[in-house]
Design a binder for this molecule. Structure first.
Ligand SMILES: Cc1cc2nc3c(=O)[nH]c(=O)nc-3n(C[C@H](O)[C@H](O)[C@H](O)COP(=O)(O)OP(=O)(O)OC[C@H]3O[C@@H](n4cnc5c(N)ncnc54)[C@H](O)[C@@H]3O)c2cc1C
Length: 357
């Protein structure tokens, strides 16, 4: 079925209320989630709901239509020395702020400042009955009512279509340094990661490139930066190699993924890395670990069924979600919250107008 484009709220409400079941799509950078998974579901192209509605640099808040590309927000924020510190992935590919929130995707900067969940302060969305529902607000101090904005994080277009979102933003640090350490093997790399994750140096990002490379970003005032880098090297017990910031743009674009591999995100802890790495090696898959190894980004080979990864993740009791590749069953591995999701869907989408998950 051809996608239905909506560029105003009334057209969106009509599309949700009548016709085939719908699944919103923003920049379609995560097609495993946003491409229609069944013939009776139509893609609702919300990329026309675009533009910054209100930006108050003094208040560190921004409101934008949900289909606005994050790159557009980054550009407006940069003019005032501000940014969204959670480093949304796939921005260069066209990720929209609605899609980033609905997918709950955050990048390396989430280590220090929190994930996208910590930055969403308000939302207007159309629920499954076609009603326009508002939650939170455009200012940071707003605690009234049910925390609908947080509920939309990870909702994957299945609880409502976001029309407008409000975010808090941060001042960009004056300087940053990126340093890579080669540790000789997975075990020493994990040990160094554990030391750095515990402190005492506050890191902006802490990533593992298996088997043996750790990449660290420090940010803040320029003067103490060199001393902080030296302190990290002392904690790791190895000399570091300074890198330029392109390494972060490459990470956000998943430039390390081989062609025809599918991107899968897995939530885990540092302790789970060794077992996951062993399982991935057996399947010929590669991974990168972000946020002190609390997130694994897996490049799953296109010729190996996702069912194999699903079984592996179940065995390891890890939850995963496929972001790219064909739509189908994106949730993999350990499933949690099914009963809760059922109750939410009964409340927000009683007639099943959104695609099933
Ligand atoms: C109750 C519940 C249970 C869950 N259980 C699991 C689990 O067992 N395992 C797991 O891995 N994850 C689970 N999740 C999701 C989990 O919480 C993560 O947040 C989720 O995996 C994040 O999705 P993603 O990053 O993979 O999506 P993405 O990468 O991008 O997805 C894009 C999504 O954005 C949507 N979208 C785009 N624009 C809009 C818009 N304007 N308005 C609304 N939607 C839009 C699209 O429809 C698409 O679904 C669950 C979520 C809920 C609510």
């Amino acid at each position: 079925m051809a996608a239905v484009a909506v560029d105003d709220v009334e057209a969106l409400r009509d599309a949700v209320r009548c016709g085939p079941r719908v699944l919103p799509a923003g920049g379609a950078t995560k097609p495993a989630l946003s491409a229609p998974p069944a013939e009776d579901v139509v893609a609702l192209d919300v990329s026309g709901l675009r533009g910054i509605v209100e930006y108050d640099p003094a208040e560190l808040t921004l409101t934008a239509r949900a289909g606005t590309p994050v790159a557009e927000l980054d550009g407006a924020l940069a003019e005032h020395g501000q940014y969204l510190p959670f480093d949304a992935p796939l921005v260069a590919a066209g990720a929209t702020i609605g899609g980033v929130i609905a997918s709950g995707t955050s990048g390396p900067g989430a280590l220090r400042y929190g994930t996208v969940r910590d930055f969403v302060i308000g939302v207007r969305m159309v629920d499954g009955t076609g009603e326009l529902v508002c939650g939170g607000g455009r200012v940071v101090k707003n605690a009234a009512g049910f925390d609908l904005p947080k509920l939309m994080v990870g909702s994957m277009g299945r609880l409502g279509v976001m029309v407008e979102v409000s975010l808090k933003v941060f001042p960009r640090p004056r300087a940053a340094a990126t340093v890579a350490f080669e540790l000789g093997g997975l075990e020493p790399a994990l040990a160094a990661l554990a030391v750095l994750a515990r402190g005492p140096v506050e890191l902006d990002a802490l990533e593992l490139e298996p088997p043996a490379r750790i990449v660290v970003r420090l940010a803040g005032d320029p003067e103490p930066l060199a001393a902080r880098v030296a302190r990290v090297a002392a904690l790791v017990g190895a000399p570091g190699e300074e890198l330029d910031a392109t390494v972060w743009a490459d990470a956000a674009a998943f430039a390390w993924m081989a062609p025809a591999t599918r991107l899968v995100r897995v939530a885990l802890t540092l302790r789970g890395v060794a077992a996951l790495q062993a399982a991935l090696a057996a399947a010929g898959a590669r991974a990168r670990y972000s946020n002190a190894a609390n997130v694994a980004w897996i490049a799953w080979p296109g010729d190996c069924p996702l069912a194999v990864l699903d079984a592996t993740l179940r065995e390891l009791r890890l939850p995963g979600v496929a972001l790219t590749g064909a739509p189908g069953r994106p949730l993999l591995g350990d499933r949690r919250g099914g009963a809760f999701l059922d109750r939410l869907r009964t409340a927000l989408d009683p007639d099943g107008r959104f695609a099933e998950l």
